[in-house]
Design a protein around this ligand. Structure first.
Ligand code: GRF
Length: 192
């Protein structure tokens, strides 16, 4: 299964997928493209270091979402991408990509959805004072963090939890859960 990872930031989930492939924790999965809307994103640097093809774009250089998504779609087609993995991609997808990849786009989100959708889910959880939060991997639809849930991992929030300790715990679980889900989707693809 050929995947494209979309990332706007650090790319620690992107790195975790690459690591899971390298260590053979997951198999029959290949990352063929990194897409980013931020040319200076650390994820882009990581992809270049690993010689993974990169497509970057600046949304403001295009007249519309459709216009840049058409270019992305051309790239996805060129690389025969089967699955899009959003890992910290800070833009809602539009009709071009959702139409072409319906049911083949997943996202990782740092909360137990449907709680704490959108930005800074970790901060939202801490502010609310929840005792349990977690990580969700879900299919992507036109909403913000709203598609059908594929897998979740709960995480206990201790009374002395800080933002830093919680971020670390969330990352550890994201880096486990996302490759696991990708593997299960690859297994399904193989059985088709
Ligand atoms: C992750 O917490 C993910 O759940 C959210 O964005 C963050 C991306 O982190 N959607 P990274 O760029 O993979 O380090």
């Amino acid at each position: 299964m050929k995947i494209a990872v979309f990332a706007s930031g650090t790319g620690s989930n992107f790195a975790a997928i690459l690591e899971a492939i390298k260590s053979k924790e997951i198999s029959n999965v290949e990352v063929v493209l990194l897409v980013s809307d931020r040319l200076e994103a650390l994820a882009v640097k990581k992809a270049k270091d690993e010689a993974i093809p990169v497509f970057t774009f600046r949304a403001k250089d295009y007249p519309s979402k459709e216009a840049y998504e058409k270019e992305i779609l051309d790239e996805l087609t060129k690389w025969n991408v089967d699955l899009i993995v959003l890992a910290g991609f800070m833009r809602l997808l539009g009709s071009v990509l959702l139409g072409a990849y319906d049911g083949r786009i997943i996202n990782v989100h740092p909360s137990l959805l449907p709680a704490f959708k959108g930005k800074d889910a970790i901060g939202q959880a801490l502010d609310y004072g929840v005792k349990v939060t977690g990580v969700t991997v879900h299919y992507v639809d036109e909403g913000m963090d709203t598609g059908p849930i594929i897998a979740q991992q709960a995480i206990t929030v201790y009374s002395d939890e800080t933002r830093e300790t919680l971020i670390k715990k969330i990352q550890v679980q994201e880096h486990r859960l996302l490759p696991k889900v990708i593997q299960s989707l690859a297994n399904k693809e193989e059985r088709k």
